[in-house]
Design a protein around this ligand. Structure first.
Ligand SMILES: *Cc1c(COP(=O)(O)O)cnc(C)c1O
Length: 387
């Protein structure tokens, strides 16, 4: 049986040629391809600085380190995200906490964030970083979060793993109009791929140089950053404790080639979303609510089951669709309900909207290379599953 996945890469001959060309070149890593990829992302997003790494998980980690997150500090994020959005705090020895989601957009709820900040200020336990996640590709309420960050002094690090190509109030995601740091993922199911890969954007020159050092062991070759006079042409200094999170030239070459089609990819995803909106409208489903002042990049198309209007349970609908060869998925189970987080004392039940979402949501196939026929097959099977 042919499976229609929930997401997959869109690779063309030019992408393949770009990778092969790199394999024949002088550099497989630390050559010219990574800066070229970073420039392509800067051009597409309007970012002042773009620092490419080997995954968005690594990008979140060095984003936290660059912002100075450490033991005793606190990072807040959304419970409805991939675990990496929260794990990055724990890697730094810091603590994490969650703010429940908005029932309409499924992004971090600003009223709940504001309320939690009031309480946190009273007990002297304000977060150092807040990570809004642009779930499915629809930007979170960035202007309101930015205003709160000015009042309470926290760093805003966007998790834009789903959202390259999205816009918010006329600005592009990645240009840091409302954030200090913005993280992107180039995993194959995301909008643009490098195989594995991630990137951080920032407008802040100091954060950018710290990010560049942290991705390669904390080493600098810039005399302006050194503690001593360079002793000779071999000389470099390690001035931070960094990691090896470098992206290779092979991955970057694929990414640069893919970036040429970012506009095309997002346009096709918007077409698919509009067609789902139209053809699923009669079914007992809550279709994705979109705020008028922002445009999603449509990494995912998530429907929620109106469970009291159908015979099958959430699980049964999943099993029905999987049996028909549809790679439907759930993005995401609440992070605080994961066994690792439960053992840290978290309970999913403290985030009732995230729990409800996890009991009703289904990501249905959405990727730029999906044909109309495949989309029709998804619509037909979903119609059978829920009626
Ligand atoms: C995919 C994803 C990540 C992690 O990305 P990798 O590049 O696979 O490390 C982080 N956050 C969110 C919201 C994601 O969807």
């Amino acid at each position: 049986m042919r499976v229609i996945p929930y997401g997959r890469q869109d690779i063309d001959e030019a992408d393949i040629a770009a990778v092969v060309e790199t394999l024949r070149s002088d550099y497989l890593t630390q050559g010219p391809a990574v800066p070229r990829f970073e420039e392509a992302v800067q051009e597409a997003t309007g970012a002042r600085h773009a620092v490419a790494v080997n995954s968005a998980t690594s990008a979140l980690h060095i984003g936290c380190l660059a912002a100075g997150l450490g033991p005793g500090d606190l990072l807040w994020t959304s419970p409805t995200s991939f675990v990496a959005s929260a794990n990055c705090a724990l890697y730094c020895g810091a603590d994490v906490d969650f703010v429940d989601i908005d029932p309409k957009t499924y992004n971090l709820s600003v009223p709940l964030l504001a309320e939690k900040l009031v309480q946190a200020e009273q007990v002297g336990r304000l977060p150092k970083i807040v990570v809004p996640v642009h779930l499915t590709g629809q930007p979170a309420d960035l202007a309101e979060i930015r205003e709160l960050s000015r009042r309470y002094g926290f760093v805003v690090m966007e998790d834009a793993s789903h959202a390259i190509g999205a816009t918010y109030r006329g600005t592009r995601i990645g240009d840091n109009s409302f954030s200090d740091l913005c993280v992107m993922s180039f995993h194959p199911v995301k909008i643009v791929t490098t195989g594995e890969g991630g990137l951080v954007t920032t407008q802040d020159d100091d954060l950018a140089s710290r990010l560049r050092r942290l991705r390669t062991h904390g080493i600098t070759r810039d005399p302006a950053e050194m503690h001593r006079e360079p002793a000779g042409p071999w000389y470099y200094e390690q001035i931070d404790l960094g990691l090896n999170y470098r992206m290779t030239d092979i991955h970057a070459a694929l990414g640069t080639s893919q970036m040429k089609r970012l506009g095309e990819f997002v346009k096709r995803r918007r077409e698919i979303a509009a067609r789902y909106d139209e053809l699923l409208a009669g079914l007992p489903l809550v279709l994705p609510h979109q705020e008028p002042d922002r445009e999603s990049a449509w990494h995912l198309y998530v429907v929620r089951l109106k469970r009291d209007e159908m015979k099958r349970s959430h699980r049964e609908v999943f099993e029905f669709l999987r049996a028909r060869g549809l790679g439907v998925n759930l993005h995401y189970m609440p992070i605080p309900g994961q066994p690792y987080y439960e053992q840290l004392g978290f309970r999913a039940s403290e985030y009732p909207e995230a729990v409800r979402y996890g009991q009703e949501a289904i990501s249905i196939p959405m990727y730029s290379a999906m044909s109309d026929e495949d989309q029709d097959a998804v619509i037909g099977a979903l119609g059978e599953a829920v009626t």
